[in-house]
Ligand binder design. Structure first.
Ligand code: HEM
Ligand code: HEM
Ligand SMILES: [Fe+2]
Length: 502
């Protein structure tokens, strides 16, 4: 099998253990986790058969977990769309004369809007799912969670629709109309309220994972609210953009990510509670402190005072520590080498891909380009784009897809063919992403060297980059094939599991 021979497969075997019971693959039986998983894996009605080993009480599929399916399905479908939009944009960059219904700048805006919002919608579903799983209690108001879904979806779609009709306000990443962001903020407000009321209602059961996922959700709300406003001052405009591009991605989503991973490892029985929860609050505190002041690595370049250069640099260094703790947690979670069913293996393939880019493309490359002497040359080149793709998709996107697949396949196991296709999709996404970002990093290096070091004309240099931009488009094509294949497998899992969880 391709997966068994791949580098990813090797890493996987190293971490999760080589032995795979053959009958697992054939019957879909899953061993080594709690009985919630075990029962679900036989494809039976999990509502009736689950027994929760941790509490001894009959386990159940919570309403919030069924509603989480809407969120994660929407995220997977939007991700599917993004691959196509992105590939068309990458081709447009090399052959600008091709007829296109939308000009490049609006296509780019839709692409960036998708990059920010589908991981948000998926994360909402994952947080609902795993907070209820962790507390072993229903969410405060399932009805509110349902309304919130339609609200966030409508507001997101309104952004893509308005940009298609060339209506926008020009704030990068947040280019839709302010009303749409008011809608998303309202959805985040309902989300935070629902989560906080849930924690208050079940305060004796609060776990660190549930707590930090809730904190992450409140931070998402806080940093989006200023983006409802449109401002004329360009410095304020850029700063509010970075409260989403940085404070969301490098702080709030880091909290939901850690909470999700902790809860996933614990609740599927992969890791012991004590191994997982030990560092979680410390990790969260470091994430918030480093993430908040780490925003400084963007500030100097948008017109803030020079001391932000130093503050940004120092705190960006601190950002590496919580990531190291997160990796340690996942390593501990998997070192027991449990035997895994195909559903878990596919989920873990996505999660491990995310960890790979979290360490390399997000943290290490991010730190290198933060160093002021380097950033002076690299700022705003294709290197930033390489980092953005490795970090935003590599680290966050892969994780949200892992969570979405896991949630949408509950109660089922993929048959061999579906599993193999899923693994092929993960490989294509990895190969595509690596090809794309390597080409971008080389192109960015040439931009920095020729235009900023040798002082050549910037536009002239850009014309010399076609080879690398073509390689990026080729990587993009591989990526999109993986994107569509995975979305299809996720859709199949969703359909197959409908009866098992409803
Ligand atoms: C999952 C984590 C991360 C995500 C999702 C992420 C995402 C992004 C994105 C989307 C951009 C492009 C911003 C733009 O277009 O203006 C960016 C730029 C940047 N990121 Fe990250 N990033 C992450 C982690 C990090 C880390 C850990 C560091 C440093 C330690 C870092 C340092 C930077 C710097 C310095 C820039 C600006 C580059 C320039 O001046 O052109 N990032 N990041
Ligand atoms: C088929 C795969 C993809 C292709 C071909 C692609 C292509 C592009 C293109 C052409 C741009 C415009 C500017 C530039 O050349 O960098 C761009 C920017 C961007 N894309 Fe993608 N993209 C893909 C997938 C994704 C995914 C899955 C995400 C995140 C979920 C993403 C996030 C971003 C971000 C954050 C930027 C702004 C980078 C910056 O300005 O520094 N892309 N992409
Ligand atoms: Fe940043």
């Amino acid at each position: 099998m391709i997966f068994e021979r791949s580098v990813l497969g090797y890493l996987f075997r190293k971490l999760a253990g080589r032995k795979q019971a053959q009958e697992n693959q054939d019957t879909g039986a899953y061993q080594g986790a709690n009985s919630k998983e075990l029962n679900a894996s036989h494809g039976t009605d999990s509502k009736q058969t689950n027994t929760n080993q941790r509490t001894g009480a009959p386990g159940q599929v919570f309403k919030a977990q069924i509603i989480a399916r809407n969120y994660t399905l929407a995220a997977a479908l939007l991700f599917g769309t993004q691959g196509i939009v992105a590939l068309l944009g990458a081709i447009d960059l090399i052959i600008p004369d091709l007829p296109s219904p939308i000009p490049f700048e609006y296509g780019r805006s839709i692409h960036l809007g998708l990059a920010v919002l589908w991981p948000l919608i998926g994360t909402m579903g994952m947080v609902y799912y795993f907070v209820t799983e962790d507390l072993d209690r229903e969410i405060f108001s399932p009805r509110l969670a349902k309304w919130q879904f339609w609200l966030v979806l409508a507001a997101s779609l309104s952004i893509y629709a308005s940009l298609t009709f060339r209506l926008g306000r020009g704030r990068e990443y947040l280019e839709g109309l302010p009303l749409s962001y008011a809608g998303i903020s309202l959805a985040l407000g309902l989300f935070s309220y629902n989560l906080m009321r849930t924690l208050i209602k079940h305060k004796q059961r609060i776990t660190p994972a549930a707590m930090i996922m809730t904190a992450g959700s409140v931070l998402l709300l806080m940093f989006l609210i200023p983006n409802i406003l449109s401002v004329t001052n360009p410095i304020a405009d850029e700063a509010t953009k970075f409260w989403v591009v940085h404070a969301w991605e490098e702080m709030a989503f880091e909290l939901t990510t850690s909470g999700f991973l902790a809860s996933y490892l614990k609740n599927t029985g992969l890791a012991a509670k004590k191994d997982i929860e030990k560092w979680l609050y410390l990790e969260a505190a470091l994430t918030v402190a480093a993430g908040l002041f780490g925003t400084g690595h963007h500030y100097y370049w948008i017109g803030f005072p020079a001391y932000w250069l130093l503050v940004g640099f120092l705190f960006s260094f601190l950002q590496l520590i919580p990531v190291a703790l997160l990796v340690l947690m996942v390593y501990k979670g998997l070192k027991k080498r449990p035997q895994l069913g195909n559903r878990q293996k596919l989920t873990l393939a996505l999660i491990l891909s995310s960890m790979l880019y979290h360490v390399t493309g997000a943290s290490l490359l991010g730190f290198i380009i933060t160093v002021p002497w380097i950033n002076l040359y690299m700022h705003g080149t294709y290197i930033t784009s390489g980092h953005a793709h490795l970090a935003l998709f590599g680290s966050l996107g892969f994780l949200v897809l892992g969570g979405s697949y896991y949630i949408l396949s509950r109660g089922t196991q993929p048959d061999r063919k579906t599993y193999r296709r899923g693994i092929m999709a993960v490989l294509a996404l990895n190969v595509g992403l690596l090809t794309m970002s390597t080409a971008l990093i080389i192109a960015g290096f040439l931009q920095a060297y020729r235009a900023r070091y040798l002082g050549m004309n910037f536009m002239e240099v850009n014309l010399q980059l076609n080879l690398y931009l073509s390689a990026r488009a080729a990587g993009g094509a591989i990526f999109t094939s993986g994107d569509l294949l995975l979305t299809w497998q996720i859709l199949k899992a969703w359909r197959k599991s409908k009866n098992a969880v409803s």
